[in-house]
Structures are given as C-alpha cells and as structure tokens.
Write a protein that binds this ligand. Structure first.
Ligand code: CTP
Length: 401
C-alpha cells in the first residue's frame, strides 16, 4: 500500500477560514491525509468539530494536547506539504520572525517540506511595508506565497486581499507537492504568459476567431506560480477560472493582446506566447450589424495583417537577458516547419505541436517538441498540459541561469 501524501492545513484567524473547508475536502477526496492545525483565532470562524469531521483526524491548536506524542515537532517533521490558508498578516509576521507560540507556528519551524502561504486580509494590511517585507522574507527562504486575489473583501470594501478560489489554491498545492523538495526555482522572477485565442470583430456581433481554449497557457501560468514566479497572464477570450496568485489581464483582439504583452514584458524575465493570435483582421469594422440583402451577393471580407507580437518582442527585448518562447501549431512537416518558424520569429524556444480536428484544441493533454535556438530538441511525450508547461519552465529556468 502506498502511503497517502501527508498535508498539514494551517488555518489562521480570518473570515476566509470557511473557504479552507473546501480546500480540505479537495485534499481528502483526492487521497491526501490531512491534519488541520487551526490557530485559536481561526476557531472563532470555523469550529474544531468541522475540521475534525472533514479531515478524519484529531484537531488541536495548542502544543499542550497529547504532549507525550510531542505534536509540536512530529506534525511538521512528518508532513509532505504545509499549506496555510488563509494566512493572516499576523501569521505571516510570526512565520517570518520564527515565533512559535502555538501548534501551527511550531509546525512551521519544524517542517522541512515545501510550505505554501495563501494570504487573505484587507488591502491596507497586505500593502503595509511590514507585511510586504515579511512576505519577501518568506519567499527568500523558499516558501511559495500566493498573491491574494482582487475583489470583494469583508464588509463593503473591494481591493487586493481576497483568498483565491480554494480550487485554485489546491492546484498550486498539487503542483508544489508534485515537485517535492525541489526549491521554487522561479522565485523572484516575473513571467508573462499569453493564452487563449484572439477575436477580430467584423461588426458588433460577429468576429473571426480560432478554437484555442487557453488551457495550455493557463497550465503555464499555474505551474510558474507554483514554482514561485510572479505571473502576468494575458488572457484572450478564455472561459477558465483565474489561477491562484496570477495577475490576469483580459483582452479581445490581437492589437489589444500586443499592447498588454508589451506593457507586461517591460520588466519580465520571460515571455511565453501560448496564445493563438489571428494573423489577419477585417480591414474595416462595421459599426452596425451587417445585414443580408436578398438581391445581392455577399461582399468579400477584406483583411489586413495583424502585428506579429512574438517576432516583435524577440527582436526588441525589453531586457537583455529576457527569454522569449513561442508556440507553433502545425499540421504537416511539423519539425521542419518548426525550425523555420523559430528562425523567422527569432525567439529562444519554440514549442511545436501537431494539431488537427481532434488534437490539442480544448483537450487536457498535449504532446510536443521544444526546439531551442541553440539547436536543442526536447521531446515531450503525450501527457497533461502541466507536464509540458513544467518542461518549458525547466528550459526557461536553465537559460535564466
Ligand atoms: N504570434 C504572434 N503574433 C501573431 C501571430 C502569431 O505573436 N500575429 C505568435 C503565437 O502566439 C505563437 C507563434 O507566434 O507563439 C506562432 O504562431 P503561428 O500562427 O503558428 O505562426 P505564423 O507565423 O502565423 O505562421 P503560419 O500561420 O504561417 O503557420
């Protein structure tokens, strides 16, 4: 029998504690053994009975329960992952300074496994230099601190500080667990990923578009966040939930995508163009809906070229050591076309995959070859889009040095 991965779910005292119940259920239902360690303040929001019933394990907040089992050391030592969700400003401060006045803070000091913090608090508390310095300290020590989401906070406030969707926090944890004890190698890096497919409007109700779902780009964003990167995801017409800790910029057309990518790329260490960008757009946009006329043949649609964003950012790197990655969807002569495209676009890496009616678009899996401008060729066997994403980040991380 294979041991279940052991997860410690630390819960600190914020209203978002109720969302941690969903996170706990995700872990339990996918075969993890979860020990919930709430702080005393967390129990004001969700009681011990809930944590115990959902996890199937005893719950305590203090080091004084079952002292003979030395819980303040044992729980941390045996964990494969510790995730603190929500992490309050107070909890981040305690963790950054190594305080140990309850079971959770003791566990954080004894854990040798990866640690994920998912902070949630009011915007002012998140932006306070004390909190920001504590977050920087924790990240420098190798913890993954997920950026809070922007949106409705407790009361009437809106801003940055919401706990991301627990389903997406679970995804980050799953990726971190899969990487084991490897350090988050994109810590301190800013990466930009474009995803989805552009739509070029003909009139207010019609557009020229493509079948890209955005799943590969979202997998790239998720995996980069789990590897510690600050991630900007430029999302063209996707219908996918925002990945936890990722700054999502929605766009529609190729021209809007170009603007958003150039802006985000200004301080980026790497740019990955996974979006399917329309090469052409209608020459004119008709302000009112185009009507059919029974006595007339339809007029042909005149097209003009869209800017080639990948070629542009490759030629004019915003930073000298910036790594640029392109994608190529090919139906024939996949490798030869890929090599030619890599040279034409001037990027460092090109992920080439074969597409067809039932391949790649909208599916959960992918198969590709990553070509390097240095002549390298990395085949990625058929598998989850996240596996391909991790190979891309391995190659990017190696080039960033
Ligand atoms: N791309 C881009 N801007 C465009 C078109 C494409 O940045 N106007 C990027 C895509 O995001 C992708 C890569 O270029 O990373 C390859 O796109 P593809 O459409 O396959 O390349 P093309 O040069 O358009 O070649 P072709 O259509 O002839 O296959």
């Amino acid at each position: 029998m294979v041991d279940k991965p052991r997860v410690v779910l630390g819960v600190s005292g914020g209203i978002a504690a109720y969302k941690a119940c969903e996170l706990l259920r995700r872990f339990s239902e996918s075969g993890h053994d979860v020990h919930v360690v709430p702080t005393a303040s967390a129990l004001h929001f969700v009681g011990a009975a809930t944590w115990s019933a959902l996890s199937g394990n005893p719950v305590s907040t203090e080091v004084w329960d079952r002292v003979e089992e030395v819980p303040h050391v044992r729980i941390g030592q045996h964990a494969d992952l510790v995730v603190v969700a929500p992490a309050t400003a107070d909890m981040l401060a305690k963790a950054a300074h190594g305080l140990a006045d309850d079971l959770l803070t003791n566990t954080l000091l004894t854990a040798r496994c990866p640690v994920v913090f998912a902070p949630a608090m009011h915007t002012e508390m998140w932006e306070h230099p004390a909190t920001q310095e504590n977050v920087a300290t924790l990240r420098r020590r190798g913890a993954v601190v997920v950026e809070p989401a922007v949106g409705r906070l407790t009361g009437a406030d809106t801003g940055k500080g919401r706990l991301p969707d627990p389903v997406e926090i679970f995804e980050v944890c799953r990726r971190v667990l899969a990487r084991g004890v490897q350090a988050p190698d994109l810590q301190g890096r800013h990466v930009v990923v474009s995803a989805g497919g552009t739509r070029e409007p003909l009139d207010p109700v019609r557009f020229l578009g493509n079948r890209s779902s955005g799943k590969q780009g979202y997998a790239l964003a998720r995996t980069a966040a789990a590897r510690g990167a600050r991630v900007t995801l430029i999302a063209a017409n996707t219908a996918l939930p925002d990945p936890a800790g990722v700054d999502v910029v929605p766009v529609g057309t190729a021209v809007q995508l170009r603007e958003a990518v150039l802006k985000a790329a200004a301080d980026a260490d790497a740019v990955v163009m996974a979006a399917a960008v329309a090469d052409f757009r209608p020459a004119v946009y008709v302000a009112g809906k185009i009507k059919k006329k029974d006595d007339q043949e339809p007029a042909p649609v005149a097209l003009v070229r869209n800017p080639d964003i990948l070629a542009e950012i490759s030629a004019e790197r915003a930073r000298p050591a910036q790594i640029v990655v392109g994608f190529a969807a090919e139906t024939d002569d996949v490798l030869a076309n890929g090599r030619a495209k890599l040279a034409r676009k001037g990027c460092d890496l090109l992920v080439v995959n074969e597409v067809g009616e039932r391949r790649t678009f909208g599916s959960e899996e992918n198969e590709a070859v990553v070509l390097g401008a240095d002549g390298s060729e990395t085949p990625v066997p058929h598998g989850p889009k996240e596996a391909l994403a991790d190979v891309v980040w391995d190659l990017v991380a190696a080039r960033l040095g």
